[in-house]
Write a protein that binds this ligand. Structure first.
Ligand SMILES: *Cc1c(COP(=O)(O)O)cnc(C)c1O
Length: 464
């Protein structure tokens, strides 16, 4: 296993646009060296390049609109920001300003999206087990409810219909289709029988029946079909295959008098995490390939091209964020084949669970200085009480890496903050936005006092 570090100049796709190694030897982000970024700020901290995030959101929105644009009066394409990847009011507001919609999957995400000013018609709600409270908020908000509630089971047709009737509204719904295409990582497996909890089977005819029932329901407005095939998918052909199957269903529905105005092809577009990964397809590549596929499938099926949307989360925010850690203990550990240097940092699996959760790989660079020392293969670990608390199993760092150094781990914007925990009662790190030499909190860091707020022994409150 070789180390897979890359300086911003070597693999710019792993870093935010403003990342450069300055003449002062420091990593610069948002026009500031890390010493300035960290002045008065505790590590670990997630540093979000605001221009980079806004740019990615804008490029997604623009690529979809342009590639699917077919002239005036036609539908075009859209992109929804999957808020779960980095749930923050700032991100949702900027995604909307850039022309994206916002996808949510819980009362919390939906509430923050609306609080952040996302227009209700540009918001979606997913989930295989939506609560009545979630559905009520989705249907009653704004002048006509949110843009789309994605039906995930047959019983939801009646449930959503009933709540809409109570509220005196027609709920706009899509139907989530299990197309049988499942993809993720470097595996691309198409299976006929999808044994997983999401959506309604295309192969078994469930999706068609439920779409028909939704379209017939007087309190529902059937908007179209939805599919989401997985995450961190590099192979565009997996999305194409899923889209092809969806268009097949659009045709079947048209034949029974149910028009599909919209198709959502889901999220899951990959990003490169380390220099060992290939460069991921660009937003433009994705939009162009999907547009080409949907157009040709619609033409051969004899159905009009619907409004097509995608829901990227990871690929909007992952490369916009760099986590900065401070090095603590540096310890050589004897191994069967020699010795390994363990570099411990002041965070770990509480701010980035992905290596422990699914073997995700990361890299790191020395951010506060350059060093003439030779590079050595080290293992970067956190401070938690688990031996699986690894940030980067193999990273090459200068041999003189030492206590007090700052390490920068790129591509931590998606599912980092979102999945952070208080394991070992570590306060969760804040997210610091940087842009044009300025810094501002996007998510405040937790304090030790915050950890006590829910402790009923320390903070007694009456039990109902
Ligand atoms: C998680 C999810 C997304 C976003 O996935 P990414 O891999 O972050 O792009 C989009 N749509 C649905 C329904 C999801 O569950």
């Amino acid at each position: 296993m070789h180390a897979v570090n890359a300086e911003p100049a070597d693999r710019p796709d792993l870093w935010p646009w403003s990342a450069v190694r300055g003449d002062d030897g420091q990593l610069h982000l948002g026009g500031m060296p890390v010493s300035q970024i960290l002045a008065g700020i505790h590590t670990p901290v997630y540093v979000l390049d605001q221009a980079d995030f806004k740019g990615r959101a804008y490029v997604w929105a623009t690529a979809m609109a342009e590639e699917f644009w077919d002239g005036y009066g036609m539908n075009g394409g859209r992109a929804y920001y999957a808020a779960k990847a980095f749930p923050s009011g700032y991100a949702m507001r900027e995604a909307v300003s850039a022309g994206m919609g916002v996808d949510t999957a819980s009362l919390g995400e939906l509430t923050v999206a609306l609080q952040a000013g996302a227009p209700p018609e540009d918001v979606g709600l997913h989930g295989n087990n939506k609560s009545d409270e979630e559905l009520r908020l989705a249907i009653q908000t704004g002048p006509a409810g949110i843009g789309r509630i994605v039906i995930d089971s047959e019983e939801e047709v009646e449930r959503i219909g009933e709540i809409a009737r109570e509220l005196g509204r027609r709920a706009r719904v899509m139907v989530r289709v299990a197309t049988g295409v499942h993809a993720g990582g470097h595996e691309f497996v198409a299976t006929g029988h999808a044994d997983q909890k999401f959506g309604l089977s295309l192969a078994a005819g469930d999706a068609k029946r439920v779409a028909w029932r939704a379209a017939e329901h007087p309190d529902l407005q059937f908007v179209g079909l939805h599919a989401h095939i997985g995450s961190q998918v590099f192979e565009l052909e997996a999305f194409v295959q899923s889209a092809t199957r969806l268009v097949g269903l659009v045709k079947e529905l048209q034949e029974v008098g149910v028009p599909c105005g919209e198709l959502d092809l889901g999220g899951g577009y990959a990003v490169a995490y380390t220099a060992a990964d290939p460069v991921a397809p660009s937003q433009r590549d994705v939009a162009r390939r999907l547009a080409e596929a949907v157009r040709s499938e619609c033409a051969s099926a004899g159905v009009p091209v619907p409004l097509v949307s995608v829901e990227p989360g990871r690929s909007v925010v992952a490369p916009s964020v760099v986590t900065l850690y401070r090095v603590g203990t540096v310890k050589p550990v004897p191994t069967e084949s020699g010795r390994r240097i363990y570099v411990s940092v002041d965070g770990g699996m509480s701010d980035n669970i992905r290596p422990a959760l699914y073997g995700a790989r990361y890299s790191a660079i020395l951010a506060n200085r350059t060093s003439p020392a030779p590079l050595v293969d080290v293992r970067i670990v956190g401070k938690h009480c688990e031996s699986g608390d690894i940030i980067a199993a193999h990273a090459s760092l200068p041999q003189d890496v030492r206590r007090g150094d700052v390490l920068a781990v790129p591509v931590t914007g998606a599912y980092g903050h979102a999945l952070a925990s208080n394991y070992n009662l570590l306060p969760r790190p804040g997210t610091l936005g940087v842009e044009n030499g300025q810094k501002q909190w996007i998510i405040y860091p937790e304090q030790i006092s915050d950890l006590m707020v829910r402790d009923a022994f320390i903070n007694a409150r009456p039990t109902p």
